[in-house]
Design a protein around this ligand. Structure first.
Ligand code: PBG
Length: 327
């Protein structure tokens, strides 16, 4: 009779808050969070992003305030994105020392450079009038090698502005090797590279396009990965590591936890994940309708990314979570 009852009792470790606290396997810290920040050129006031409630395009003044709050919360770093007023085919603003991203980087480094790792998005899409992550050839196709030359110049401009970690998110072949060689050639072996190794052509970047006022028509499927491909994600990670990436990224996060777990198992360098704008918007929107418990959903979503193997997570909730975890 008693043999019908289980001898293994998994509920034992779940029976009280004290037990659950002790038995918890994943314990992310504020220092493992990176906050993406948008900085708008020529703006005296922060401008709300309607598809990302709670997130704004910062003015330089509101950026400073947010950076100080981030430093006080003890997060690991910030990832800066520029929202320029003028765009052109080459994305000139990206390499202009007075372009908004380079200006914002200098401001951030001066303000919190000792406390936070100040990182910059190294991609042309915020700066091109066609909205692509590279420059176009005569047929209107994204030209890989011509884009590499722009990334090389952009890397040097960002290093000069003081960025500690360049986020190579353009998905051109060979970008990590080209940027590493350019930095080393310029005597900037101190500047690190975050390779967006496995970056998928995702619908979840939708709200980001509003955040940076992207003029993209069409899509990025000739350079970002097909969401159906797992093995190819692992291959991209291996290439970025071989080309000298200091950290590799998987992006988006929640729908790509298998890719993340693969990378975490195989990568000799840290693996980070980017919980992107659409992931943020989905949870905020459902919570605004009262359909899910917002605070629990936010935490569960981020903990799941760490559980899958991320060493750090870029998330628009970085400050909120850090302040919650520090309490
Ligand atoms: C490219 C870039 C994008 C994001 C970060 N870097 C957009 C894209 O590739 O389409 C998306 C981030 C997000 O959705 O939160 N500069």
């Amino acid at each position: 009779m008693t043999a019908e009852f289980p001898t293994a009792r998994l509920r034992r470790l779940r029976q009280s808050p004290a037990w659950r606290r002790l038995a918890r396997e994943t314990r992310p810290q504020a220092a493992q969070l990176v906050l993406p920040l948008f900085v708008r050129e020529d703006s005296a006031e922060p401008v709300p992003i309607s598809s990302m409630p709670g997130v704004v395009q910062h003015s330089l003044d509101s950026l400073k305030a947010e950076l100080n709050r981030a430093a006080a919360a003890g997060i690991g770093g910030v990832m800066l994105f520029g929202v320029p007023t003028r765009k052109d085919a080459q994305g000139s603003g990206a390499t202009d020392p007075d372009g908004i991203l380079n200006v914002a980087t200098r401001v951030a480094v001066a303000e919190v450079g000792d406390a936070l790792v100040v990182q910059t998005d190294l991609c042309l899409d915020e700066f091109t009038d066609h909205g692509h992550c590279g420059v176009l050839d005569a047929q209107g196709r994204v030209d890989n090698d011509a884009s590499l030359e722009r990334y090389r110049d952009m890397a040097l401009a960002q290093a000069e502005a003081g960025s500690a970690l360049l986020g190579l998110s353009g998905m051109m072949d060979g970008q990590t090797a080209v940027v590493r060689a350019a930095l080393d050639g310029a005597g900037r072996s101190d500047v690190a590279i975050l390779g967006y190794a496995a970056k998928y052509a995702s619908a979840f970047y939708g709200p980001f396009r509003e955040a940076v006022q992207s003029s993209l028509e069409g899509d990025r499927r000739t350079y970002q990965l097909d969401p159906a491909n797992r093995r190819e994600g692992a291959r991209e990670v291996a290439f970025d590591v071989a080309e000298g990436a200091d950290v590799v990224m998987v992006k988006p996060a929640m729908s790509y936890l298998d890719v993340l777990a693969d990378a975490a198992a195989s990568s000799p360098v840290p693996v980070w994940a980017y919980q992107v704008s659409g992931e943020y918007a989905m949870i905020e929107a459902a919570a605004a309708h009262g359909w899910i418990d917002r605070d629990r959903a936010v935490e569960e979503s981020v903990v799941s990314i760490f559980r899958a193997g991320a060493d750090a997570v870029l998330t628009y909730w970085a400050l909120e979570l850090a302040e919650r975890w520090n309490r």
